[in-house]
Design a protein around this ligand. Structure first.
Ligand SMILES: N[C@@H](CCC(=O)N[C@@H](CS)C(=O)NCC(=O)O)C(=O)O
Length: 260
């Protein structure tokens, strides 16, 4: 049973997750075992958690995840890459199933996944609630004292644009929407998924309500002020009105990737 709500739900860009559909119609994700071979440890008990955060004077990054939340798979890959880049002598990263360890989650006020907490010598020194890669990078760097404010602001803009591009290109057909396929959270987004489903289009989604950086950043990146936004092969097609019109054209429909 889900006790913790998630901010959902980007893509399978890095193939860190496998997407499935639950009997209730929600989309959830299952971690591929290979993610555990990266620079990240999986914590499964409270004792492991206590020992991990107290183990050294390194910065300990703990990702509270849920196996059914697609965002968490992508974030695990990001954190593991970040930790590997910064070096095992400075940063150790781990992930734990927030619902499987309620006492730890309760103690650290985990109300949603993903949440990332930074520990030093057993003390929580900072945290990031939600799927916010740029903020995690900034806070980790700041706790390591490895970036000044200007560098980190400069990096953030570049990082955001790189991230938006990566998200847009994560699926041939990619929809930025409010909510996700199983639970659209706005009428326009619902109509868009209904239209795409009606032509059996195969598409990925990203919930812009889960990430304010993406929500605002993509508007200027693509010069399009509203959601939903649909992209084909990395190019913006448009919003609901444009796509509804385009779907009248059989040629256009035939070019869309389709579910098997
Ligand atoms: N007619 C538009 C409707 C989309 C729309 O107006 N979306 C609004 C409300 S969901 C929006 O995204 N506003 C900006 C925001 O919420 O950030 C379309 O074709 O997509």
């Amino acid at each position: 049973m889900r006790n913790i709500l998630t901010a959902n739900s980007p893509s399978t860009a890095n193939r860190a997750v496998v997407q499935s559909e639950s009997p209730t119609g929600f989309f959830f994700a299952i971690f591929e075992p290979k993610i555990q071979n990266r620079a990240m440890k999986q914590i499964t008990t409270e004792e492991e958690f206590n020992s991990f955060v107290k183990s050294s004077d390194k910065l300990n990054v703990v990702h509270f995840f849920a196996p059914w939340a697609e965002t968490c798979g992508q974030l695990n890959t990001f954190i593991s890459d970040l930790a590997a880049d910064l070096g095992a002598d400075r940063v150790e990263a781990a992930f734990l199933d927030a619902e499987a360890l309620p006492s730890v989650s309760h103690k650290h006020n985990i109300n949603a996944v993903p949440t990332v907490i930074l520990f030093k010598n057993g003390t929580a020194v900072d945290r990031v609630d939600g799927f916010k890669m740029d903020e995690i990078r900034r806070k980790v760097n700041s706790k390591l004292g490895s970036a000044d404010e200007n560098d980190s602001q400069e990096m953030t803009k570049e990082d955001l644009n790189a991230r938006l591009k990566k998200l847009i290109e994560s699926h041939r057909l990619m929809l930025f929407m409010k909510g996700n396929k199983g639970a659209p959270k706005c009428g326009f987004s619902r109509q868009m998924t209904d239209l795409l489903n009606s032509v059996k289009a195969d598409y990925g989604t990203f919930d812009i309500l889960s990430d304010e950086d993406v929500r605002q950043g993509l508007k200027s990146y693509s010069n399009w002020p509203t959601y939903p936004q649909l992209y084909l092969d990395g190019e913006l097609l448009g919003g609901l009105d444009v796509v509804r019109e385009e779907l009248q054209d059989e040629d256009f429909v035939s070019k869309l990737p389709k579910v098997a």
